[in-house]
Ligand binder design. Sequence first.
Ligand code: SF4
Ligand code: SF4
Length: 350
Amino acid sequence: MKFISIDKNDWAKGIEASRKTYTLFGPVKDKNGFLIKKLEKDILPEMDYTDCVMSAKSVIFPQTEKMLVTTLDESQKDHHIMKRPETDMSPRAVLGIRPYDAKAMELVKLNFDTEDYRDPYWCDAYEATTFVGLAINRPGPFDFSTSAGTGPFEEAGLDVLLADLDDKYLVKILTDKGEAFISACGFDTVVDEKESGMLFDVLKKEAEKTIVSHIDTGKLKEKTILELHEAPFWDDLAFSCINCGTCTYVCPTCWCFDLQDETKHKSSIRIRNWDTCMSPLFTRHATGHNPRSTKTQRVRQRFMHKLKYFLDKYDQGIMCVGCGRCVKSCPVNIDIREVCNTLNSYEKQN
Ligand code: SF4
Ligand code: SF4
């Protein structure tokens, strides 16, 4: 494992140098908080942020994405034949991504890159991207990442991990992609591997110790789907939900989408838009039938997918990295930590 040190006075110069090769994304302050956005010329990532309202998922899975395009103009070659449009898949880097959000990408990948089917849009974007993580020295009150199978210094899904040491970053280079990015920045102050590794461990333990929020997941696997599906608590859990979908849009592991065909004059496109399982329209069939027409059914679907179906299907933990965004953003205080603990401790009464 290679470690380097970056003096913060050299940070901006290095990041600017990387633009020759990479399109950059990173945390930027917006009127509603921090968002991960494309870093236009001269804009640097704001690395001293605490929480980011939205995760980096839109860098790989945009809110709206053109899938296919064609022309209806019969004088044109290949009219009415839908084709994937030219898309920029040159190298890009996400700077300052939180470790649990990079881990979330790995969970989402299980859905978009399978043995049976590879989603070329998601996979091509993922492969083009280098993830430069920023460890969380002081986790916030909503963070329950350590009990969701990840943590403030998680390395899964990252190419580089930075630890903020006030006047410098201690940098752990995790992959070849990470090495290429660091080299494009011109950062080359190699530091002692053993000493740096030990410092990372100390910082990790200190950060993990401050996490006060936890969930219990240990018994989820032993419950049957039917037992949980038919449990009596779903109406109560769903009662206050207003189906706004916020919890799904802010979630780094939610991937529901909808496909739409649009035609304007002689141009026709097929687009993919983020959608939400919390909306009744999401599952309404063309016949008008809706298999999840009630709010309780939709709330149950969201939590069963995250806490039971995904766990059973992939055996790689729950479909939640414990970032706490949905807890913080829900306007009626529906809390996945409470739902998870309710499912985990539920015993069917005979
Ligand atoms: S954010 Fe809260 S109210 Fe909105 S859909 Fe999610 S659980 Fe329901
Ligand atoms: S379910 Fe909530 S806490 Fe879990 S990853 Fe999604 S937004 Fe974060």
